[in-house]
Design a binder for this molecule. Structure first.
Ligand code: ARG
Length: 473
């Protein structure tokens, strides 16, 4: 007979039992369930519903179960439906009929809501560690390859040179926001549903605030209907998790291109690569590809969770049992992705020469050259036009960089402009070499000297700030 079987004349059909069972998934909540039960026992004692001796015996029994869970010594009984029934049954086996008092003033509805909040809190702490670890790997790489120069792109076309460190620090910014989103979600979810009962509130004078404090919650939830049926904290965390995966997948995509020999900007360590079963030449950045690929499932988990809650009336509905599998899977995926990317990043070998050569391709210093003309009094539109002409000319002549143009090319372009300042500049002494130095990769980098820009001094500041924040010497 089931723990809830009093009003039933027959036992469950095996198809029904198999279909509704959740122990395979929610065994993951065992430690949280035991923590919640211990706090609940103390609350029952405070309310005079258990004697001190009874409470002590129950707590001892629960602590023993906790040891067994940690040791992996518990054989879950599938006929007992879920983790809550399993643990209550095991407790009763150990402490006798006293175990029957544990569920006083509690429903599995407020119980599972509490368990899941506790689990989510633990999981956020693990994800935060993983994010910090990846941030440290990115910052270390930025530090090690501080002056490597990357061809910055927009529309996947050559745009402007940027410091490789600047590019890596962009991901550090994303990860910091990801951490912030998880921390925000944690603040909101850190309240205790215990005492909400099945939906209406427990029928005993429980000190819910004391139980909440016992579990490290900031306080009790304010509405029993909401507390037992709300899963928006799962949506919040899942959306932060999905967004973090999306960030990782962007970086993963870049790794796959950069490691293609055509680019040759980086070499992924053998330890983070796989080979081909057929092609002996292959070395593939599979972890990066799988991070990118698994992002799909995590986005799906978020969409699934929103859809699960959509249209659910108050209060608890059994649908809510389906909140766990995808949520657990998604957080595990992010945790593993952070770890593998951290390893990949810290063993990445960078080819500065290849990056630097590519950074010059595509006349990437054109904007810096136009900016230099503006500094000399030329209106930006005229400067844009002049430099556009220089790019077209260089391309036609097969000259690969603007800095490689001869003096006459600069003078002729200025002289041919309908802007009078440009025409005057055309005859200034030393103008060609001044423009040429603005049009070097170094000149271009140095010019982006604003807060958040890629000028080496700005990147050095940003790197120092990141290192200080992360406690890197
Ligand atoms: N396994 C259930 C869940 O995860 C526990 C709560 C079940 N409550 C109930 N009244 N059947 O949601």
């Amino acid at each position: 007979m089931r723990l809830w079987g009093g009003r039933f004349d027959e036992g469950p059909d095996s198809r029904m039992a198999d279909f509704t069972r959740s122990i395979e998934v929610d065994a993951e909540l065992a430690l949280d369930d035991l923590a919640g039960s211990i706090a609940h026992v103390r609350g029952l004692a405070r309310a005079g519903l258990l004697t001190a001796e009874e409470a002590e015996a129950l707590e001892r029994g629960l602590a023993g179960l906790r040891e067994d869970v940690v040791a992996g010594a518990i054989a879950w009984d599938p006929t007992l439906e879920d983790v809550h029934m399993n643990l209550e049954t095991l407790l009763t086996e150990r402490v006798g009929s006293l175990g029957g008092k544990l569920h006083t003033g509690r429903s599995r509805n407020d119980q599972v809501a509490t368990d899941l909040r506790l689990w989510t809190r633990r999981s956020i702490a693990l994800l935060d560690d993983g994010m910090l670890d990846l941030e440290r790997s990115l910052v270390d790489l930025a530090d090690r390859e501080g002056d490597a120069i990357l061809p910055g792109t927009t529309h996947i076309q050559p745009a402007q040179p940027v410091l490789f460190a600047h590019h890596l620090l962009a991901y550090v910014e994303m990860l910091e926001r990801d951490r912030g989103r998880l921390a925000d979600a944690r603040r909101r979810l850190n309240v205790s549903p215990l005492g909400s009962g099945a939906l209406a509130g427990a029928g005993y004078p429980l000190d819910r605030a004391a139980t909440a404090a016992d579990l490290g919650f900031d306080g009790p939830t304010a509405n029993s209907l909401d507390a037992t049926s709300d899963r928006d904290f799962v949506v919040e965390v899942l959306s932060a998790v999905a967004l973090a995966m999306v960030h990782l997948s962007r970086f993963a995509e870049e790794i796959t291109w950069w490691s293609n020999p055509r680019f040759g900007f980086v070499r992924v360590a053998d330890a983070f690569s796989t080979g081909s079963s057929m092609m002996p030449n292959k070395k593939n950045p599979d972890p990066a590809e799988l991070v990118r690929g698994r992002t799909a499932g995590v986005i799906g988990a978020l969409a699934g969770m929103l859809t699960l809650i959509k249209g659910l009336p108050l209060a608890y509905q059994r649908d809510l049992q389906e909140d766990k599998p995808a949520f657990f899977g998604a957080t595990r995926t992010l945790e593993a992705s952070l770890a593998v990317m951290s390893g990949l990043v810290s063993t990445l070998v960078v080819s500065r020469e290849r990056m630097r050569a590519a950074a010059e391709e595509g006349y990437t210093t054109a904007t810096a050259l136009a900016d230099e003309l503006v500094r000399r009094g030329v209106p930006f539109r005229a400067a844009h036009h002049i430099v556009g002409g220089l790019v077209g000319g260089a391309e036609a002549e097969g000259i690969p960089t603007l800095a490689g143009l001869p003096d006459e090319a600069f003078r002729a372009a200025l002289d041919g402009s309908d802007d009078p300042v440009s025409r005057k500049l055309a005859h200034e002494r030393g103008i060609a070499s001044a423009l040429r130095s603005a049009a070097t990769v170094e000149g271009s980098l140095a010019a982006a000297d604003v807060v958040g820009g890629t000028a080496p001094n700005r990147v050095a500041e940003a790197l120092a700030a990141a290192k200080a924040r992360l406690g890197i010497e």
